[in-house]
Design a protein around this ligand. Structure first.
Ligand SMILES: Cc1cc2nc3c(=O)[nH]c(=O)nc-3n(C[C@H](O)[C@H](O)[C@H](O)COP(=O)(O)OP(=O)(O)OC[C@H]3O[C@@H](n4cnc5c(N)ncnc54)[C@H](O)[C@@H]3O)c2cc1C
Length: 347
């Protein structure tokens, strides 16, 4: 356990898409920055860990583990820059608690180390709920790791084109996703698998008509196992407990998300009905001096580019506060004769 004596201008919690971009912006804005990069435990439940190949963003196309590699690039680049490397202090640990108020927050890591910062940007992200197959949620991982099971329509929906597809989920939203994919990509076959749960569709839902007209079958039987070789031929189908096999080459999971809002909530930030952290336009939460970046922030698209953008907004807002403080100090200490100067300027 140790205490760092610096008072950083910004503390960034997380080093996925949002945290790494936040660290880069903060350093380039010449702000004294500490970035908490997380622990093996936080990484395991970060979306960043699950992103393989990215196909909706230039520059990231050919990067395996695209978010990890772009974050590694960011931190590696900063470390090599004579001009900037002193501006970033990296901590390979997770933050467990934040206390204090704007201008004087204290962040405690899981090892018990203490850091002080004037402002905090929390970028702890979200995680998708995994289906339990025969009671075990790890059964899906080998297929998810190879991109045969996906979670994000905007990121990977296009992979359903030409492929029989299944959506795993028991809420109405799973049916809406299935119908969207049919309308957009006209997949040859679409099935909704509720994995043993009753399908929750409102009585008069317009979805009913779509399911019928688009030939989308909803099956409530529990899933027994996924078929195929994750690293070879890929997903070939999903076997149900009764022995029937649902043909699919790709599956989407639609079971909702877990928002990693524990830190934000513990210091009093307001969250919305789904757990996302409520902020103003600049990303400042209801607690002055605490900002939310990336997927954690309410009312954003949950994408790499939006994570970057909203986090840059937060850093720029903090930059505004820091410049105001520096400005007031400089003007207070200023010896220039302002009256004479403005007279000269007026001619
Ligand atoms: C399977 C999949 C595929 C995707 N594909 C794409 C795609 O192709 N294109 C696209 O634009 N988007 C894609 N996304 C969405 C993208 O992953 C997210 O929008 C993005 O990762 C959000 O960035 P973030 O920094 O908010 O969260 P993450 O990138 O998940 O990062 C969260 C970070 O917070 C850290 N952390 C958590 N708690 C703590 C703590 N207490 N202390 C310190 N650190 C902590 C974690 O270790 C991690 O570093 C995909 C998502 C999934 C699940």
């Amino acid at each position: 356990m140790s205490e760092n004596n610096n008072l950083f201008e910004i503390a960034i919690v997380g080093s996925g898409a949002a945290g790494s971009m936040g660290a880069l912006r903060a350093v380039l804005n010449n702000l004294d920055t500490v970035c908490f990069k997380g622990s093996p435990k936080t990484m395991k439940s970060a979306r960043a860990t699950w992103v393989g190949k990215v196909e909706n963003m230039p520059v990231l196309f050919d990067k395996p583990k695209a978010i990890f590699s772009s974050a590694r690039e960011v931190f590696g680049w900063i470390r090599k820059q004579e001009l900037w490397k002193e501006k970033l202090f990296e901590v390979a640990d997770a933050v467990e608690s934040i206390e204090g108020e704007r201008g004087n927050f204290v962040l405690k890591t899981s090892k018990g180390d203490l850091y002080k910062a004037k402002h905090v940007v929390i970028c702890t992200g979200i995680m998708d709920v995994q289906p339990k197959i025969q009671g075990d949620f790890t059964n899906i991982f080998p297929f998810a790791n190879e991109g045969h099971v996906e979670y994000c329509i905007r990121c990977d929906g296009h992979k359903t084109k030409g492929n029989p597809t299944a959506v795993i989920g028991h809420q109405e939203v799973a049916g809406w996703i299935a119908s969207l994919l049919i309308e957009r990509y006209d997949c040859p076959k679409m099935t909704v698998l509720t994995n043993g749960k009753p399908f929750e569709m409102a009585k008069n839902s317009a979805l009913k008509e779509r399911l019928a007209c688009y030939n989308i079958e909803v099956i409530e039987e529990p899933i027994l196992r996924l078929l195929g070789e994750p690293k070879g031929e890929g997903l070939t189908g999903i076997e149900l407990e009764g022995g029937a096999v649902v043909e699919c080459r790709i599956a989407f999971v639609s079971l909702g998300t877990i928002v990693h809002n524990g830190l934000a909530k513990s210091i009093g930030c307001q969250v919305d009905g789904r757990g996302y952290v409520v902020t103003n336009k600049q990303g400042e939460t209801t607690v002055p001096g605490i900002f939310a970046g990336g997927d954690l922030r309410a009312n954003t698209k949950k994408q790499i580019y939006t994570s970057w953008d909203v986090t840059v907004d937060a850093i720029d807002a903090i930059d505004g506060y820091v410049r105001e403080e520096r400005r007031n100090q400089r003007i207070k200490n200023c010896k220039a004769d302002v009256k004479e100067l403005s007279g000269a300027l007026m001619g």
